[in-house]
Each structure stands twice: as C-alpha cells, then as structure tokens.
Design a protein around this ligand. Structure first.
Ligand code: PMP
Length: 383
C-alpha cells in the first residue's frame, strides 16, 4: 500500500464532507439565485448556511464571505480587483514576498505591466520573512501588503499577526493567503487583523474547486474590490457565475468539522512530526531541515538528504509513498524551488530536498513504515 504524504498539495476529502455533498447533489436541486420557486430557495438556504460556517471559524460576519473557485481565484480578485481603486487614488505600490504562491507572483508580474510598483520581500535561511522588513517598505502610495500565512513548501509560519496589527490603522490594505493555515491555525487567524483573506476547501478536507475570498468591512465598508469577470450579480457581483451549491456545502461542512476538531488534529499531526524527527535522527543519513523548525507547521517537513537527488528519490519511492519536491503548480517539469532559492539555500541542497506533508488521519504506523522505507531508499541513492 502506498501512503499519500502530499497533503499540502491537496488534502483528501473527509468522508463526512463527501456524505454531505452527496445528500445535496441528490436532494437540493436548483439554482441558488432562482427566485421563482422553492427549489431555488432551498439551494439558497444551503449556500447561506455554509457562508455562516465559513464565517464562524474566522469569527467574522457572513456577509464578509465571498465564494470563489479556490485560492488562485481569490488571490487574483484580491489583487486585480483593486486596479480601478489604484488608478483613482494613484496608489500603485504593492508589497508582497518572493515566496508567495504563483497565483500571487504571476498576478503581480501582470500588474507591473500596468504600471504597478511591486516590492518583493525575501526571507532569510529560517524561511520566515521579517515583519519589520515588510513594514519599513510602506510608502505614501502603498496600496496593498500581501503575505501568506504558511508557506506551502516549507510549512514556515509567517508573522502575519504583527504585520496586521501595524497596518490596521494605516490607509493600506492587508491581504493574507491563508490557504495552508485555514482550519488549522484557527486561533491565530481569528486574532489577526486583515482586510482580505484567501482560502481553499481542498486544503482542509473539503472538495477541490471551491474556496472563498474574505473581504472584511471597515466602518461598514468593504475593501474597494471590483469584479475581474463580468456576468450575473452572484456574490454581490464580485464573483459572478452560478453557485456550485454542493461544493459550497462541502466547504461549509469542512469548516464546521475543522472548528470543532482542529485542536486534536493539531496534536495528532505534531505527534507524527516528533516521530519523523526521531526516525531521521537515528537514520545515519546526512540531512538538513529547510526552514527553522521553530516556526514550522506541525504537518510539513522539508528536508535535504545530502547527496540524494530528490527526483531520483521520488521516482524510487513511488510504489510506497507519494511525496513531492515543491509546489504541484510548478511540477510539470523539474524547476528548482523558487521558495528555497529565495531563502538562500544552495542549488545542490535544493536539488536534494523533498517535502512531506500529512494530516491527522494518516496512521502513525503507516507513515512510520513508509518513512523508514524512504530513508532506506535514500541511503542507496547517496553518491
Ligand atoms: N496559495 C497557496 C499558499 C497554496 O498552497 C495554493 C495551492 N497549492 C494556492 C494558493 C492555490 O490554491 P487553489 O488550488 O485553491 O487554487
């Protein structure tokens, strides 16, 4: 049996979420925006219930939740949707980091062509960016600061709370890509001040193809986001298109489950991580963690095995585990990780680095067995 250890790419769907979605697919037909019959009304009830479930885990109001197809779309709307406002106010300076997901980095490249001035902050070897570094770059024409909460490759947690606190009283918008932390670092997100937040259901046991952009109101006003697609008035016109009711129900259910279970999930994941550290220590391999583990998420390990090509290791371990060496969005062909590169890690160390990520439902025995097998395989590949 092969053990799936690539949860940061996509988390397997929770069986309760699936059950809830099947029930909706079978029993709630109709378009949530149809006004002329009860089928539409019933679909709308499901959608609004899910909106409340998303809002509840963040402790925000449900009219601040806008459904999208996932974090890529949420990130695009958060950035591109500000274009009109930027032109009106002549505020075109954006601060973000060089370790963001491509849905942010590629969007900023496009915005640069439209005259935006983009500052990219890089982390040090710890994998963490400095809040001071971010804040020191704020200027009179700064429109937006955007920082991911947890990096998808290293699992390093970024100082969003400090940044949010400092920006809150300024005339600058703060966006968080919380794709990897949503439903996991629940308390941290509840306590952080931000204007916009992106999330995706398939990173917390929900279905692929649904997510949300959170737009927090300040003095009763939403951030000045305009739609980037045109169509109907769904989601207040911010994201037109027929609402996928069952997917939305799945997202809501995943949030409901995470809100009650995240603490015990966190403990189980941490126990797995402690076990992996121990196995590594006893392995006799030369290894180094990428990113300071003090700041690392309890469910991700990015590690370099000296002299072991990650491509060879992944190929040789395919039969018994599924791991990765970077983001799935860049893995059509081998590209050295831009995240590890931005941290100042050498190209040879990057080539020898793999990422393992897991969730609470992975059995500790399964993960232990496949990790031992992985290390035995690595030993054979050392050159
Ligand atoms: N941001 C981060 C940090 C991610 O890890 C991902 C998914 N790998 C995304 C954005 C994009 O999410 P989605 O798959 O929902 O488009």
């Amino acid at each position: 049996m092969s053990v799936y250890l690539d949860y940061n790419s996509s988390y397997p769907i929770d069986s309760r979420v699936l059950e809830c979605m099947i029930d909706i697919y079978e029993n709630v037909i109709g378009n949530a925006d149809s006004r002329t019959h009860n089928f539409g009304k019933n679909a709308r009830i499901v959608v609004e219930n899910s909106r409340k479930q998303v809002a509840s885990i963040l402790k925000i109001n449900s009219d601040e939740v806008f459904f999208t197809s996932g974090a890529t779309e949420s990130n695009n709307i958060a950035f591109q949707g500000l274009k009109d406002y930027a032109n009106q106010t002549n505020k075109k300076h954006i601060i973000t980091t060089s370790i963001e997901h491509k849905s942010i980095l590629e969007t900023t490249k496009r915005l640069q062509k439209d005259g935006f001035d983009v500052d990219l902050v890089s982390p040090d070897l710890s994998g963490r960016i400095s809040a001071e570094d971010v804040l020191s770059r704020i200027k009179n024409d700064t429109l937006l600061v955007s920082v991911m909460h947890v990096n998808n490759e290293t699992g390093i947690i970024q100082p969003i709370k400090e940044i949010g606190e400092a920006i809150n009283d300024l005339d600058v918008l703060f966006h968080i890509d919380a794709t990897q932390s949503f439903g996991k670092l629940v308390k941290e997100l509840q306590e952080t001040k931000y204007d916009m937040l992106s999330m995706s259901a398939h990173k917390l046991g929900g279905p692929q193809g649904i997510g949300a952009l959170i737009l927090k109101k300040k003095r009763y006003k939403l951030p000045p986001i305009k739609p980037i697609m045109y169509g109907g008035q769904q989601e207040h016109g911010i994201r037109p298109g027929t609402l996928p009711v069952a997917l939305i129900a799945g997202l809501g259910e995943a949030c409901k489950i995470a809100e009650t279970e995240y603490k015990s999930n966190m403990k189980k994941c941490q126990a797995i991580k402690e076990r992996l550290y121990k196995i590594l220590e006893e392995s006799g391999l030369n290894y180094a963690y990428n990113g300071n583990q003090k700041y690392a998420m309890f469910s991700t390990l990015n590690v370099c095995f000296e002299g072991v090509s990650s491509e060879a290791l992944m190929l040789s371990s395919k039969e018994f585990c599924g791991i990765s060496n970077g983001s799935a969005c860049n893995s059509k062909s081998y590209n050295p990780s831009y995240v590890l590169d931005a941290m100042g890690i050498s190209s040879s160390q990057i080539e020898n680095s793999i990422r393992i990520s897991w969730g609470h439902e992975v059995s500790i025995d399964d993960i232990e067995r496949s990790f031992q097998q992985l290390l035995e395989t690595a030993k054979k590949l050392v050159w």
